[in-house]
Write a protein that binds this ligand. Structure first.
Ligand SMILES: Nc1ncnc2c1ncn2[C@@H]1O[C@H](COP(=O)(O)O)[C@@H](OP(=O)(O)O)[C@H]1O
Ligand SMILES: [Mg+2]
Ligand SMILES: [Mg+2]
Ligand SMILES: [Mg+2]
Length: 319
């Protein structure tokens, strides 16, 4: 079966959402604290609204498992935030109303199903707030297998031009990238072992989202001598897929031993790297499980590589 329509709808929606995010970012967004103490902004909500609206119109039967929901936004004390967010959405969708945007956001409260989308409207909210990297991440999953993935990375440097890169992959069709400012999709490939300059590894900027000392030790033991490059969000998957780094390590934080990864933090990035010739597993070599729920309860940590390095990294991790 062809996923041409899914790919096009997902790309168009992610590009629109990325525009909204960049608009919000120019105005220096403020963080709102969620119940779990993590930050969210009007851009996270606006991005989820735009993408869920587009998916709802194109694929009305497909559930969407999104990170955000509108419950907080509907509270009277959040009226000002809701109104601000609505203003940004209206610049792209003039007939949006407060009721409509909250309903669009809540279309993202779907469940993992035989066919569903998973959405991270802003992955790397902390990077977004710091004016660093972030990604709009959207993936289609069927029978537990990611079929389409789109990563819009509005802050990704694009040699000399306006920043912003889009990465996209369809299962069996390879991966490609395109400047968000416009252009053609160009096929991408993970780095080859001969390319010494790009045999780097990437990890999160946020020390609390991983185990940086162990990540560095493992990378060294696997033969990567250069210091890590720290990048927020699934932009790291885009960097590995396009051959700018050979490895991305995300090992469980010793401070949060019970943390489990969210499907929306990995699904889109994973297919982009796999279709570029790389490999993605958990730290024990198990495939990431997108079939059972929004948390990957049976996976621990994530290892993303150019493929060639993968077994060596798993061997040093598990010896
Ligand atoms: N203790 C933890 N371990 C691993 N990931 C965590 C974490 N706490 C939060 N995260 C996730 O890390 C994501 C950001 O990834 P990165 O650290 O690579 O930039 C967050 O996504 P959001 O920013 O969408 O909430 C959040 O889901
Ligand atoms: Mg979040
Ligand atoms: Mg995320
Ligand atoms: Mg997010």
């Amino acid at each position: 079966m062809s996923y041409d329509r899914e790919k096009q709808v997902a790309m168009d929606a992610a590009i629109a959402a990325a525009k909204l995010c960049q608009q919000v970012r120019q105005d220096i967004p403020q963080a709102i604290e969620k119940q779990d103490k993590s930050p969210v902004t009007v851009a996270d909500f606006g991005s989820q609204a735009i993408i869920c609206k587009a998916l709802g119109e194109a694929f009305p039967d497909d559930p969407v498992v999104g990170e955000e929901d509108a419950a907080e936004l509907r509270k009277p004390e959040m009226a000002e935030t809701l109104n601000k967010m609505l203003g940004y959405v209206q610049s792209l969708i003039p007939d949006a109303t407060a009721d409509r945007v909250t309903d669009w956001i809540d279309r993202g409260n779907g469940s993992v199903s035989p066919r569903y989308w998973t959405l991270d409207p802003i992955d790397g909210t902390k990077g977004f707030l710091r004016q660093d990297q972030y990604a709009v991440a959207l993936a289609l999953i069927e029978g537990g297998d990611v079929k389409v993935g789109v990563l819009a990375c509005p802050a990704m440097p694009v040699g000399g031009r306006e920043p912003g890169m889009l990465y996209v992959a369809v299962r069996g069709e390879g991966a490609a990238m395109m400047p968000l400012a416009g252009g053609e999709l160009q096929p991408i490939q993970v780095v080859s072992p001969e390319d010494a300059e790009n045999l780097r590894f990437v990890e999160s900027v946020e020390a609390a989202h991983g185990d940086q000392s162990r990540q560095n030790a493992i990378a060294q033991a696997a033969g990567i001598t250069a210091e890590s490059v720290r990048v927020d969000s699934q932009a790291k998957y885009g960097i590995v897929a396009s051959g700018k780094a050979a490895l991305y390590l995300r090992l469980p934080s010793p401070k949060k031993p019970d943390y489990r990864e969210n499907i929306w933090d990995h699904a889109a990035g994973a297919i982009v790297v796999e279709e570029a010739g790389g490999k993605v597993t958990d730290m024990y070599g198990k495939p990431l499980n997108f079939a059972d729920g929004s948390k990957m309860v049976n996976n621990r940590g994530v290892v993303v590589s150019n493929g060639v390095l993968h077994d060596r990294v798993l061997a040093v991790l598990n010896r």
